[in-house]
Design a protein around this ligand. Structure first.
Ligand SMILES: Cc1cc2nc3c(=O)[nH]c(=O)nc-3n(C[C@H](O)[C@H](O)[C@H](O)COP(=O)(O)OP(=O)(O)OC[C@H]3O[C@@H](n4cnc5c(N)ncnc54)[C@H](O)[C@@H]3O)c2cc1C
Length: 323
């Protein structure tokens, strides 16, 4: 038995934690309040809430197809049906392109993988030290913990800041940019004829998803998750905290204009800024493992900007650790 500390409860952290836990003792820390990372679910009341990061996933690789099929059988995941519309675009929905979502929220997949893991939330890792073949970690609450093995799964810029003293591999020398995303969640008057989602060709709004169409809850309101384009968010993300109302209003106005939905009262509105949403360029390696120092990194950005990429990166790291 050896002790593994994992930082991050997104798909990468929860997958590697689940795989390692079969043979090792594992403990996980995340700065967020709950599991999921960029596939989080914002719960409002009971089962009502918004997928405010990952909207759905469409498995591409054989391995991930097999994994998700099994979770559909286990009733952790399901297929999101309904009418998905491409606006201002010649694109049409490919019916073979499955839209898979969590039964209760898109963090269900992480919750399932973390069922047997000792998870500690609201625990932000601030600094890392390496001494006497051990990793010594300082958390925001002032607590120090030491582990033989350390796995990091943070977005690239955060990873770089935490670990550049210890990782000499060229992948950490790159200046890879991660695009931002501004997400606005709204509740408006119920319209039973609403479509399931809209994909826009617009400089401001990229996507709108109707949470009611996922059939997880019943509500007297229609809940919509609106996501901006990268370009629009990149210019605004640093000041979004102070401009939440203004940015949300711009997105909401666009949503009504472009989707041809009658403008109604906004009963609820919430704005979430993702500073590091995704990267467009991938790396030559799928994960990183230093077998001497016992330091590992897995994350979506090694492979691509999708949830499946995080899962694949964690599988790759597990193979390296198990060698
Ligand atoms: C707005 C948006 C929409 C998206 N839509 C889709 C989609 O429709 N389909 C799709 O396939 N993908 C989508 N993605 C991408 C997908 O969400 C990611 O690829 C995937 O969730 C990344 O998982 P990860 O585990 O690698 O990283 P993350 O989910 O970012 O996990 C990293 C975790 O580490 C934690 N952490 C970071 N630093 C520290 C620290 N110092 N101390 C403690 N904890 C720390 C974070 O809190 C986080 O929980 C979307 C992403 C965003 C932001």
């Amino acid at each position: 038995m050896s002790n593994f500390c994992i930082i991050g409860s997104g798909i990468s952290g929860s997958t590697i934690a689940n795989l390692l836990n079969k043979k090792h003792s594992v403990i996980l820390f995340d700065k967020a309040r709950g599991p999921g990372g960029r596939a989080s679910f914002k719960r409002i009341k009971g089962k009502i809430g918004f997928d405010h990061g990952t909207q759905y996933f469409s498995p591409k690789t054989k391995e991930f197809k097999r994994f998700t099929k099994n979770l559909i059988k286990k009733k952790i995941l399901k297929v999101w049906g309904g009418k998905h519309i491409f606006l201002n675009s010649k694109k049409k929905e490919d019916k073979k392109h499955l839209k898979i979502i969590g039964r209760n929220g898109n963090n269900d997949i992480c919750k399932y993988l973390l069922k047997k893991i000792n998870c500690n939330y609201q625990s932000e890792l601030k600094k890392i030290y390496y001494k006497d073949k051990m990793w010594h970690l300082l958390f925001e609450n002032g607590k120090f913990r030491s582990f033989k093995n350390l796995i990091l799964t943070c977005p690239y810029p955060q990873l770089k800041k935490l670990s550049r003293r210890f990782i000499k591999n060229p992948f950490l020398k790159k200046s890879i940019k991660m695009d931002a995303n501004i997400t606005t969640m709204i509740a408006i008057k119920r319209n039973k004829k609403s479509n399931s989602s809209y994909l826009y060709e617009d400089p401001i709004l990229g996507w709108a998803g109707n949470e009611n169409s996922k059939k997880r809850f019943k509500s007297k309101y229609d809940l919509w998750t609106l996501q901006s384009t990268f370009d629009w968010a990149n210019k605004r993300i640093n000041k979004n905290k102070n401009n939440k109302k203004k940015n949300s209003k711009i997105m909401i106005d666009k949503f009504f204009n472009l989707s041809n939905i009658k403008k109604t009262k906004i009963h609820y509105s919430l704005n979430h800024g993702w500073k590091y949403s995704s990267n467009s360029k991938s790396f030559k390696i799928k994960s990183y493992w230093d077998s001497k120092k016992r330091l590992g990194v897995c994350a979506d950005w090694f492979i691509g900007p999708r949830l499946e990429s995080g899962w694949l990166s964690a599988q790759d790291l597990f193979k390296k650790i198990s060698k």
